[in-house]
Design a protein around this ligand. Structure first.
Ligand code: G6P
Length: 609
């Protein structure tokens, strides 16, 4: 979705802003642009399509200036076009703005601006009214004009603005759209997300709703909704610039798949004290409150929803509270039975998914306690939550989520162990055994990764098939959904996941020799049932790849191919079984020459409903 970068300092703003925009590319966009204050005027260059188009447009043109703003746009109001791209200018070309979000009353504001201020609009966007409004109110103080403008705008917005006659000051404001301030040395930044700044700083201020920030190269002044100067929490992010680079890999997705052992280790380590006890400093729920919950909702979208399905098993087993899992886009439209006795767990990699945010607001409004599991520090979901568990997966750039998913599962296990121990629903022995098994997982994930060439071979044989089914029971059925989503997302193959027991109720009619069935048979209790399901599809001549534990060697007779994962507790198999599925999707997409990191029609963070 849209991205913002703003810079004020001593270096060439153009280069820094374009580099920042590149780092936001993963969010998805359809045009990009920059505005640089140069010698009393503003130079705007913008182009539809990828950032490379913008760079080609600029070519060798010297656009000098130490202050500027940039934007990647995801069209909402007005088609993707050079004209509709941001930044937008006011009538006199003396103010430039970039905007994320929506101006809901833009039609009414447009009419008012035309009538009272005689301005003529050049674009079809809602955002242009912001530039025009600031321009109409500007009397030498950009902050004053911006505040006046936002006082009559309805909607959600993060705005950054510069004025031609003030090459020292950048002003920004946020309401219901993320915006952070990056603290540099002899320079300062604003950005819609930290990835844009990873090369320049590790320290940021997280702006709150209705905050305004006035940046110069050596000062940062933050005003709250009452225009009172305030100090916001300084966050040290701890992501290295290298973590957001491909590091010699062809794709971010492969890099992120290979990082999974390390991030799982990190996620566990951050919460385990010297005595092997899980500590969640970030959770402030007391024992009495925990005991008062009679229901837990887990709500999320896409991959995070699949992690939630796995979390349900973990929490119900360890904490003995009923858990419902919902996709966020459905949750609030079914009048969910939420009250003060509900713990609402939101899961989101980006922390910006609009449906998840809306579901949180719905649950909050009904009195639920909100706990979120997210990867991006300071994101909107974090702000809306009472308690936040960070997954510490590091920057995830590929649109298809991999390492974030695996750390979400780890967090859910740790949360259920933590709560179970607190309320006394699990024994000390079980608690200790589980943690000791969890600590072995990074090494076991490494073992699965070591066999990736085998999966690459299968992908080379099968990549041209157009029909793939994922079948499994219990926890495996949740992993199947994730495997199928990965394949759809990046290879565009029509794939479908189904609980294996449901096959006979219709789907089995689709089995034929062109069908690939990926069968997960990792659950000891359900192993024999899965064997029967595998036989069922095999006898319809589907091509079967089975994923099972190392000890189940006999299954190879019933499958065309078998992928073995190391033996482990049934509860922990998703951390291993998802890896071959991620790899299969990756290698198939590679054979099909798809754009793996940025699949068509998808965005990393979906900030519209
Ligand atoms: C988008 C992405 C998915 C992701 C989902 C939820 O649809 O393409 O890969 O799982 O959003 O994102 P979140 O950031 O909330 O986890």
């Amino acid at each position: 979705m849209c991205g913002i970068v703003g810079y004020v300092g001593t270096e060439e703003a153009k280069d820094i802003i374009i580099d920042g925009l590149r780092r936001l590319e993963y969010r998805g966009y359809d045009s990009a642009g920059i505005a640089i204050v140069n010698d009393g005027s503003i130079i705007v260059r913008k182009h539809v399509g990828e950032i490379i188009n913008l760079e080609k447009l600029i070519g060798n043109e010297k656009i000098s200036g130490n202050i500027g703003i940039g934007h990647t746009r995801w069209a909402t109001h007005g088609a993707p076009s050079d004209l509709n791209s941001h930044p937008h200018l006011n009538e006199a070309n003396s103010i430039a703005i970039v905007h994320n979000g929506i101006v809901e009353n833009y039609i009414e504001l447009k009419a008012m601006l035309k009538e009272k201020h005689n301005v003529s609009f050049k674009t079809e966007t809602d955002s242009e009214v912001i530039a025009m409004l600031i321009g109409a109110y500007y009397e030498g103080d950009l902050k004053e004009a911006l505040l006046k403008a936002v006082s009559i705008i309805r909607g959600a917005y993060a705005i950054a603005a510069v004025a031609a006659d003030n090459p020292n000051e950048l002003v920004a404001h946020r309401k219901d759209a993320p915006l952070i301030v990056g603290i540099g040395k002899g320079c300062n930044f604003v950005a819609s997300d930290f990835s844009a700044l990873v090369k320049h700083t590790d320290d940021v201020y997280l702006l709150e709703n209705d905050d305004t920030v006035i940046l110069t190269r050596d000062s940062i002044k933050i005003l709250d909704a009452n225009e009172k100067q305030v100090q916001r929490t300084l966050m040290h992010i701890g992501w290295s610039a290298e973590a957001a680079e491909k590091g010699g890999h062809e794709h971010f997705m492969m890099k992120e798949i290979l990082e999974q052992p390390a991030v799982v280790k990190e996620t566990i380590k951050r919460r385990l004290n010297e005595d092997g006890i899980i500590e969640f400093d970030e959770i402030k729920i007391g024992l009495n409150e925990l005991k008062s919950f009679d229901k837990i909702y887990i709500v999320a979208c896409g991959t995070a929803y699949h992690a939630g399905l796995i979390g349900r098993y973990a929490i119900e087993n360890m904490v003995k509270i009923p858990v419902e899992v919902d996709v966020a886009s459905e949750f609030r439209y079914r009048n969910p039975l939420v009250d003060e006795k509900t713990l609402f767990i939101a899961i989101s990699q980006s922390g910006e998914t609009s449906d998840t945010l809306a579901a949180i607001k719905e649950a909050k409004g009904k009195g639920a306690r909100i706990l979120s599991i997210i990867n991006v520090v300071g994101s909107s979901v974090a702000r809306e939550s009472d308690d936040v568990i960070y997954t510490w997966a590091g920057p995830e750039i590929a649109v298809a989520s991999t390492k974030a998913f695996i750390t979400q599962i780890v967090c859910l296990h740790m949360l259920s162990l933590y709560m179970g121990r607190l309320v006394g629903t699990i024994s000390n022995r079980h608690y200790e055994e589980f943690i000791s098994e969890m600590l072995k997982m990074p090494e076991k994930i490494d073992e699965v990764l070591a066999n990736r060439s085998e999966i690459e071979e299968y992908a080379k044989d099968l990549y041209s098939r157009e029909k793939v089914f994922y079948i499994g029971r219990g926890l495996d059925s949740a992993v199947c959904l994730e495997g199928s989503l990965k394949l759809k997302e990046i290879s565009y193959i029509n794939s479908f996941a189904i609980a294996a027991g449901e096959l006979k109720h219709g789907t089995i009619a689709l089995m034929d020799p062109d069908t690939i069935v990926i069968a997960l048979a990792t659950q000891d209790k359900l192993y024999e049932k899965m064997l029967s399901n595998i036989q069922e599809v095999k006898s319809r001549r589907a091509h079967v790849i089975t994923i099972t534990k190392d000890k189940n060697r006999s299954i190879s007779d019933s499958s065309d191919e078998t992928i073995y994962i190391p033996d482990c507790l049934d509860e922990l198999t998703p951390l291993l079984s998802v890896v071959p599925l991620q790899l299969f999707a990756y290698y198939v997409a590679k054979e099909r020459e798809c754009n793996i990191d940025k699949p068509k029609n998808l965005a990393k963070s979906v900030t519209v409903e």
